[in-house]
Design a protein around this ligand. Structure first.
Ligand SMILES: [Ca+2]
Ligand SMILES: [Ca+2]
Ligand SMILES: [Ca+2]
Length: 150
């Protein structure tokens, strides 16, 4: 997943007592959950990553049965990738530029809301144009990671 993009995560849980389950999501690193709620699906905005190295963003889910009181907790490490790292290999380089060139001129990347289908749409404005190319070139060869768990 890319920095500052909207991400949707689904959970599947079953309650042996067949009661209602409540869900508590806890993302790290300033990610914003929207809407806050106790549902099995959560949407949040990935935090900014200022460099090209993919960094983990733990997302913790606590599920509690309102009937039996049984609860469980699970944490998954989502990875935040910096803008420009189109192939998400941890570095912004010529390989990403090649991918951008292949998608250059694309429009209508957002045929459904919140779902951008152009991986090379660096600025997330639903097209792949010179602005995306400029952002990628500005990010070339960056390494390092500033997104860390608290
Ligand atoms: Ca890359
Ligand atoms: Ca764009
Ligand atoms: Ca544009």
């Amino acid at each position: 997943m890319f920095a500052n993009r909207t991400v949707t995560v689904f959970a599947t849980a079953t309650d042996p007592a067949k009661g209602t389950l409540s869900y508590t999501w806890t993302p790290c690193c300033g990610a914003v959950v929207q809407p806050p709620g106790n549902t099995a699906t959560v949407t949040f905005i990935a935090p900014a990553a200022s460099s090209a190295t993919p960094c983990p963003m733990p997302l913790t889910l606590d599920v509690t049965s309102q009937k039996s009181g049984l609860s469980t907790s699970k944490t998954v490490d989502l990875v935040v990738t910096a803008l420009g790292d189109i192939n998400q290999d941890g570095v912004v380089n010529g390989a990403d530029l090649t991918l951008l060139a292949a998608q250059f001129g694309s429009t209508g990347c957002c045929s459904s809301p919140g779902n951008n289908t152009c991986s090379a749409d660096v600025d997330n404005d639903c097209d792949v144009d010179g602005m995306d190319q400029a952002l990628l070139i500005a990010a070339m060869n960056t390494v390092g990671c500033t997104c860390s768990a608290p």
